[in-house]
Write a protein that binds this ligand. Structure first.
Ligand SMILES: [Zn+2]
Length: 369
């Protein structure tokens, strides 16, 4: 595949990690460039730097997709004063578009934490803090003949997904009544006469960010001129979306064995952790990047260890489990691989490149022995 457009990548990520799932403070999406720009290859990185823009230009990449949004706060000028300004100006001059896939990629099940968990060898994975208020129940009433097609259309648009199951719905038979008024062109019944039609009540669950698409698919497949449907907000948490992840190691490890394993997987020369208490580590909670806010959730999930980054000094006291700060870069370093997988799945022959020198904001000085 020689050429795609920036909008193809926006559509791909909208399927894998919809922008509606990003946190309120975030700025994920297309930051520089146009959806209509043609792209021959894409470069992936965690953080963007001037050097990476240069690399992308040298390799002919028309698009860079980074995890962290290079434009996070408002820019008041586009000059050479700050690195962010220089990156943006340089990308515009070189005709390179920039996208960021940030907390939307953190919050999906097969996202930043899933690949981190996979590298650590964790199994039985669950979202650590599933998001609440994201689900609704959608109910529609459909003549018997069209119920399979309407159900299928709703499932295709991602309704009816619960944990490891899809195509979930409940169906009950009854009858609907209606009278078509002057000007109507009813699918069944006569204008001016009250009609009674055997119908199926189809109820299914829909994440709010998918609701518009599901309602559109449902009304498209439905034979009635006016489709009756109800949307009920639900209090259920959406187990497939949220922050952090928890899983179990194949074999329990001692605390030291676990720290060694973590250090090796992440290639980090030092780990900050609280006092070792001789626990065996089996259940592990993780959150790539700044996840200290999930400490209560890790405890509630019964985790023996919680691995994240940017942990404050006082969080290490009384954590109630093995608390490890494994670095922001290090715990998110697999994200470009994750994005590459998503792109390769949809566009297997498209050229995907990784930035040669990952930008490291934090370095470790290790005192020679
Ligand atoms: Zn991060």
């Amino acid at each position: 595949m020689n050429e795609l457009f920036v909008k193809d990548f926006l559509a791909l990520f909208e399927e894998e990690a919809p922008l509606a799932l990003q946190e309120q403070y975030d700025n994920a999406g297309l930051l520089v460039g146009s959806p209509e720009q043609a792209v021959k290859s894409v470069m992936l990185c965690l953080d963007l730097s001037e050097a990476i823009v240069e690399q992308a230009a040298a390799k002919g990449c028309g698009l860079i997709i980074a995890h962290h949004p290079v434009i996070f706060k408002g820019l008041k000028s586009l000059g050479t004063r700050t690195e962010v300004e220089r990156i943006v100006v340089s990308a515009i001059r070189k005709g390179i578009s920039i996208m960021a896939m940030h907390t939307n990629l953190d919050n999906v099940f097969h996202g930043v934490n899933h690949i981190f968990a996979e590298k650590l060898g964790l199994e039985n994975l669950h979202i650590l803090r599933p998001v609440e208020g994201d689900l609704c129940k959608l109910v529609t009433f459909c003549p018997l003949s069209h119920a399979p097609a309407v159900r299928e259309a709703m499932f295709e648009a991602k309704a009816g997904h619960i944990g490891n199951y899809d195509s979930c719905s409940f169906n009950s038979e009854g009858f609907g009544t209606f009278r078509a008024l002057e000007g109507a062109d009813p699918f069944v019944g006569q204008v001016g006469t009250i009609h009674s039609e055997p119908e199926i009540r189809i109820e299914t669950i829909v994440p709010l960010h998918q609701l518009t698409a599901v309602v559109a698919a449902m009304t498209n497949a439905h034979p009635y001129q006016e489709v009756a449907y109800d949307v009920y907000p639900l209090k259920n948490a959406n187990q497939g979306i949220g922050a952090g992840m928890v899983g179990t190691l194949k074999e329990p490890m001692s605390e030291l064995e676990f720290l060694k394993h973590l250090g090796e997987v992440l290639g980090i020369p030092a780990l900050r952790h609280n006092t070792l208490r001789g626990r065996m580590i089996s259940k592990v909670a993780i959150c790539g990047g700044s996840g200290a806010f999930l400490l209560p959730d890790a405890r509630k999930a019964g985790a023996d260890a919680f691995v994240t980054a940017d942990i404050k000094y006082h969080d290490f006291f009384d954590a109630g489990l093995l608390l490890v700060d494994a670095g922001h870069y290090e715990t998110e370093q697999f994200t470009p691989q994750l994005m590459a997988r998503m792109i390769k799945k949809k566009f297997p022959t498209f050229a995907v490149l990784f930035s040669e020198h990952e930008y490291r904001a934090v370095h470790y000085f290790v005192k020679p022995q």
